[in-house]
Design a protein around this ligand. Structure first.
Ligand code: ADP
Ligand code: MG
Length: 543
């Protein structure tokens, strides 16, 4: 009898081989099922309720994937590529998951039949390389010579990004705002210089773009109403100082045994506070912002001197004000000179819906702007914010890279055709594998048509015919329930987005195909239920 070799700790789960690969692919399919209906202008939204009861409505692939809280180790890869697509490009998150899932699905029969993963991976890499080269070849450079035509082009791009979102009815309105916002930024187009604030109530069309920094009025004390609310070219002090009486008392322990000494302490507190206030006033600042509270004494002191103050300004707003208006955030009042003070053309406090807003416009130091979104429900506003983020990213991308391809499945159909033609010239197994990738790319037009309620088979047949005849940009036309030249329809997408989506999807698929064994240490899943007797389903076990 052979001695039994125990290699792994008792209770370690260990699945391997072809079966494991197939089970991983199946898990990815489940994830794809969860997001596939959200693709495209007629895609559906998902309502996701998280553990703490917070409900989110979204159409954004990355958001949905993040909220799904997937535990399956292989399927998590798809979440990662959605996230990376979101971070890299900001759009195309649903597409990337869909393509990766479909590639795996098309390649599954080969895995089943025992084709070695390495061969599959090699072909997949080759197919991706061919596709990327083709995108680069097909991409159309847009003409940016005149600012007006650039602007128009960008608006069309933004409108395409928004047409698949909850705010598609207002896409004309928002695409102009988005393009204005992005074109207002300086050359590097820093994303953090666009702020988005949400105010519940009012109609979506009442949303506005402030060319500068804006934030909600902070909590204020009596006396605030007497402060002026508009300034021209004010000097702005940005502080990290508490302007309240009790401030010093918290910093030290003091032992007293008579009333006179107590009085001295109180007097000292007042004089310290007044000293700070005097210094601020002497610096010439007219608008005082602080990260820490500004109390009632200070508020009234400033009001008497026609100065404006706001305490407890959120850190990110203070930083943006600093970047936009210049100056520095000071933790002492001793060196408050002109170089530490910021300035802008106008400062106003304005009522917007039920909220008051502090707005700094005409900032010299950095181009920044702020969206103030209006609308009904909170979830609706949040989804609007995410949609605008997508559109902003697209416009930024188009401004930075000037090549676009036609969307609506047009580029995918063209790539699919190219790969199919190419595969026929290859002898051996690779022919079939590259053919499978070609088939997988058709998922995008198919799903777009499906989601809009069209007959996908019919649409796809028409598209295949058009592409075979050399009409490169034919894609699904959502409006006409047919196909049309999407380049002329201005359904455009930056070519980087498609390249990124393809390479990310390929990498994810390769990663999943190259794993043939999962070993799970019983202690690895901390807090999880003990594994055993069928409990492990969906956690790397065959399904
Ligand atoms: P993603 O998260 O991948 O960006 P979307 O829901 O934004 O998903 O859908 C994007 C897809 O919808 C792209 O393939 C794009 O080409 C397509 N699309 C967008 N607008 C239109 C349109 N007006 N007609 C046809 N297809 C469109
Ligand atoms: Mg999109």
């Amino acid at each position: 009898m052979q001695p039994q070799i125990i290699l792994l700790k008792e209770g370690t789960e260990n699945t391997q081989g072809k079966q494991q690969l197939v089970s991983n692919i199946n898990a990815c399919q489940v994830v794809v099922e969860a997001v596939r209906t959200t693709l495209g202008p007629r895609g559906m939204d998902k309502l996701i309720v998280t553990q703490n009861g917070k409900a989110t409505i979204s159409n954004d692939g990355a958001t949905i994937m993040k909220l799904l809280d997937i535990v399956h180790p292989a399927a998590k890869t798809l979440v990662d590529i959605a996230k990376s697509q979101d971070a890299e490009v900001g759009d195309g998150t649903t597409s990337v998951v869909l393509i990766a899932g479909e590639i795996l699905k098309q390649l599954k029969p080969f895995v089943d039949e025992g084709v070695h993963s390495r061969i599959i991976i090699k072909s997949l890499r080759r197919a991706t390389q061919l596709a990327v080269d083709q995108i680069n070849k097909l991409a159309v450079k847009i003409d940016k010579r005149s600012p007006e035509s650039t602007r128009e082009l960008l608006i069309k791009c933004a409108a395409t990004a928004l047409s698949s979102k909850l705010v598609s009815q207002q896409k004309g309105f928002f695409s102009t705002l988005v393009v204005d916002a992005v074109m207002y930024l300086d050359e590097l187009l820093p994303l953090d210089m666009i702020g988005i604030k949400k105010v519940q109530g009012g109609a979506l069309e009442e949303s506005l773009l402030v060319r500068g920094v804006a934030f909600k009025k902070t909590f204020s004390y009596a006396g605030f109403e007497m402060q002026p609310k508009t300034y021209k070219n004010p000097k702005i002090a940005l502080l990290n100082i508490e302007l309240e009486l009790k401030a010093e008392r918290d910093n030290a322990e003091i032992r007293l045994d008579n009333v006179e000494e107590y009085q001295k302490i109180v007097d000292a507190e007042w004089s310290i506070l007044y000293e700070k206030l005097d210094k601020i006033t002497q610096s010439g600042a007219q608008v005082v912002l602080s990260k820490l509270p500004i109390g009632d004494v200070a508020t009234q002191y400033f009001a008497d001197r026609d100065m404006f103050c706001a305490g407890r300004v959120p850190d990110e707003d203070l930083k943006r004000t600093m970047k936009a208006c210049g100056g520095a955030v000071m933790s002492t009042v001793h060196d408050l000179n002109d170089s530490a003070l910021g300035t802008c053309q106008t400062f106003v406090e304005k009522q917007i819906g039920g909220e008051r807003f502090n707005m700094f416009e005409g900032c010299a130091h950095a181009q920044t702007c702020t969206f103030i979104l209006r609308g009904g429900a909170e979830q609706f506003l949040e989804e609007t914010e995410r949609s605008l983020h997508d559109a902003i990213m697209i416009v930024r991308r188009t401004l930075k890279n000037d090549a676009v391809v036609a969307g609506g499945g047009a580029i995918e159909m063209e790539l699919s055709k190219m790969l199919r033609d190419e595969s026929r010239m290859i002898a051996g197994k690779e022919q079939l594998l590259i053919g499978a990738v070609a088939k997988a790319l058709e998922i995008i037009p198919r799903q777009l048509a499906d989601n809009a309620g069209f007959d996908a088979t019919n649409i796809l047949n028409k598209l295949r015919q058009k592409h075979a005849l050399g009409h490169t940009w034919y894609g699904v036309d959502i409006m006409k329930e047919d196909i049309s030249d999407n380049f002329e329809e201005c359904v455009w997408e930056p070519s980087v987005m498609k390249i990124n989506a393809l390479t990310a999807a390929c990498e994810a698929a390769c990663l999943i195909l190259s794993v043939d064994e999962t070993i799970k240490n019983p202690k690895a899943g901390e807090g999880g239920p003990p594994m055993g007797g069928g409990m492990g389903r969906g956690r790397g076990r065959p399904m």
